[in-house]
Design a protein around this ligand. Structure first.
Ligand code: OXD
Ligand code: MN
Length: 586
């Protein structure tokens, strides 16, 4: 008798009509065959075997270089369940419309069946998925990003306990591109794109959009968060989850070489993008990283900004839309040094400065997580790691101070819900526009965000030892437009203050928006910063915050009556605190 998995694969094959169907076992021999298939495509190259063994460069279609949020849909029967921040399609209408594009889409191609596990193989928090795809590039990436093949097939066995995902490159025409999620069925359909965030279905589609729905139904959390451990001089490690919008430095923070390493503060990486969290028997929220690799933004990454990932990238890595040197090594802006002569840009042309950046601003690397020297010894712990702090953050030239702590969980949920950030190249559209991005989940929440805020509020009541909640902003600028804070390895100074607050130490000063570090509470030795820059970094300007309240109110109005009362209350409380501060200072 066919298993549920086989039956679903047959159904997908009946629709897409591939020439052949190949079940992937995840073995090295199979990987080499898949890579050979990928290289047959003119847009993929093997890199220098000496300096980058087993590394490849893939160039995508120039119209397919980032996530396409306007083509991403949540398909639930009731539009209100999807909410005002998601694109909605009726499930039957979506099946009809996208089904027509998938009909025969794999003719002349192989359908690869990729069973995978999101999370450590033996973790009770992990979940299985099966992606069928006609792209060998996707298979090779999935093998890095998830535990793929035989292990997953064994876990799934005869059960129906997996999230099915059907992916086809289609004809890569953006007018025939859809990334559709069916939360009721826990099903994903993606057609017309080979870009990671649209095509590696375990990542954004399953581990965030579908998992966020499962998490709400089942009482856990699926968040767009890195997970790091901060080690203190006595060897104790405290774990934190941090949510930042795409391309705001999550990977760099998670893999940071600490500026306070000599003083015994070291950062360990558990994950760089996604956290799945459940309440453990000890009353703490326990987090696993559902992924097995890092799909990170390459431009801006160099020895000075992320030494750990640079060391990790020299083997078994797939680069996407990077430039290539005459030595067949990958290159991008920010890797260090001037562009070498003879550079081939991401469009496979001989580069010169008139052609813009040599690497696409959203060029990526896909690298196995265990290759990072910073990988935590606990990164595959089946029980996950206990989380003591949540950190929200964004890219804000103004308004938000370097760091502040929420008064309590409910206020912290409000802080997360009012998060905003300047947009980046990780999604198509304008770059540098401030947009509201609650908990960095705006593009990734699989249901109505008002209900998502409610879920956060409920979780706070259920977690006996909830994480303390903080907000950071590494990107504040002075009047001349220069960054006030050095960022990168120096961000550990902020993590150290957060740790001290978690431990009940750490001086703080109360402001209307929360607690900021007291004067001298941040460890700044070894940093040459102008004295007033620190004051400027921690300044809370009531006028800026009044404006912020106007903007967030406008955003919240979209949710109408569905917005939780607690969020409205926090809004009013903040408004009251700002007004009384203004009265005192006037
Ligand atoms: C990512 C993203 O790729 O958030 O992680 O876009
Ligand atoms: Mn992300």
């Amino acid at each position: 008798m066919a298993t549920p998995l086989e039956m679903w694969v047959e159904e997908a094959a009946r629709l897409t009509k591939p020439d052949q169907v190949m079940y992937c076992d995840g073995s090295e021999a199979e990987n080499q065959r898949i890579i050979a298939e990928m290289l047959r495509d003119a847009d993929s190259n093997a890199l220098n075997e000496k300096t980058y063994p087993n590394c490849y460069l893939h160039r995508s279609s120039p119209n397919d270089v980032a996530r396409t949020e306007h083509l991403t849909f949540i398909c639930a029967p009731d539009k209100d369940d999807v909410g005002p921040t998601n694109n909605w399609m009726d499930p039957d209408a979506a099946k009809y419309k996208i089904g027509a594009l998938l009909d025969g889409a794999m003719r002349g191609r192989t359908m690869y069946v990729v069973p995978y596990i999101m999370g450590p193989v033996n973790s009770p928090i992990s979940r299985a998925g099966v992606e069928v795809t006609d792209s060998p590039y996707v298979v090779a990436n999935m093998r890095i990003m998830a535990r793929m093949g035989k292990v997953a097939l064994e876990r799934i066995g005869n059960s129906r306990d997996f999230v099915p995902g059907l992916h086809s490159l289609g004809d890569l025409d953006p007018t025939r591109r859809y990334i559709a999620h069916f939360p009721e069925e826990k099903l994903i359909w993606s057609v017309g794109s080979g870009y990671g965030g649209n095509a590696l279905l375990g990542k954004k589609c399953f581990a965030l959009r579908i998992a966020s729905v499962m998490a709400r139904e089942q009482g856990w959390m699926a968040e767009h968060m890195l997970i790091l451990g901060l080690e203190e001089p006595d060897g104790k490690v405290t774990y934190m989850g941090a949510a930042f919008p795409s391309a705001c430095g999550k990977t760099n923070l998670a893999m940071m070489v600490s500026a306070l390493q000599k003083q015994g503060y070291r950062v360990w990486t558990v994950g760089d993008d996604i956290a799945w969290m459940k309440i453990g028997d000890d009353g703490f929220l326990h987090a696993i990283n559902p992924e097995a690799g890092f799909f990170g933004v390459a431009p801006g990454t160099g020895m000075a900004t992320n030494q750990n990932v640079m060391e990790a990238l020299h083997k078994n890595t797939i680069f996407t839309n990077a430039a290539m040197t005459t030595e067949r090594e990958p290159w991008w802006e920010g890797i260090g040094g001037a562009p070498p002569a003879g550079l081939i840009n991401w469009k496979n042309e001989l580069w010169d400065s008139s052609k813009g950046p040599a690497a696409h601003p959203n060029a990526r690397y896909t690298v196995p997580a265990h290759q990072s020297p910073s990988i935590s010894p606990k990164w595959e712990a089946p029980e996950g790691v206990p989380i003591s702090a949540f950190i929200f953050g964004g890219r804000r030239a103004r308004v938000a101070p370097l760091v502040y702590e929420a008064f309590d969980w409910q206020h912290g949920v409000f802080v997360g819900a009012t998060m905003a950030s300047e947009t980046t190249a990780a999604a198509t559209g304008n770059v540098g526009i401030v947009r509201r991005d609650p908990m960095a989940m705006l593009p990734f929440c699989g249901y109505n965000m008002a209900d998502y805020f409610q879920h956060w509020l409920e979780m706070g009541k259920r977690i006996p030892h909830p994480p303390k909640i903080f907000h950071v902003n590494w990107f504040r600028k002075d009047a001349d437009g220069k960054f006030l804070w050095p960022g990168f390895g120096d961000n550990v100074r902020v993590l150290k203050w957060i740790l001290e607050r978690v431990e009940g130490r750490g001086g703080a000063q109360e402001t209307p928006i929360g607690y900021v570090p007291a004067r001298n509470a941040l460890t700044l030795d070894g940093l040459t910063m102008r004295a007033h820059a620190v004051d400027e970094l921690l300044r809370v300007d009531p006028e800026d915050w009044e404006q912020e309240l106007v903007d967030s109110k406008e955003f919240f109005q979209k949710f109408g009556e569905r917005l939780p009362r607690e969020i409205r209350d926090e809004h009013e409380k903040l408004s009251g605190r700002l007004q009384s501060t203004a009265r005192v200072t006037r």
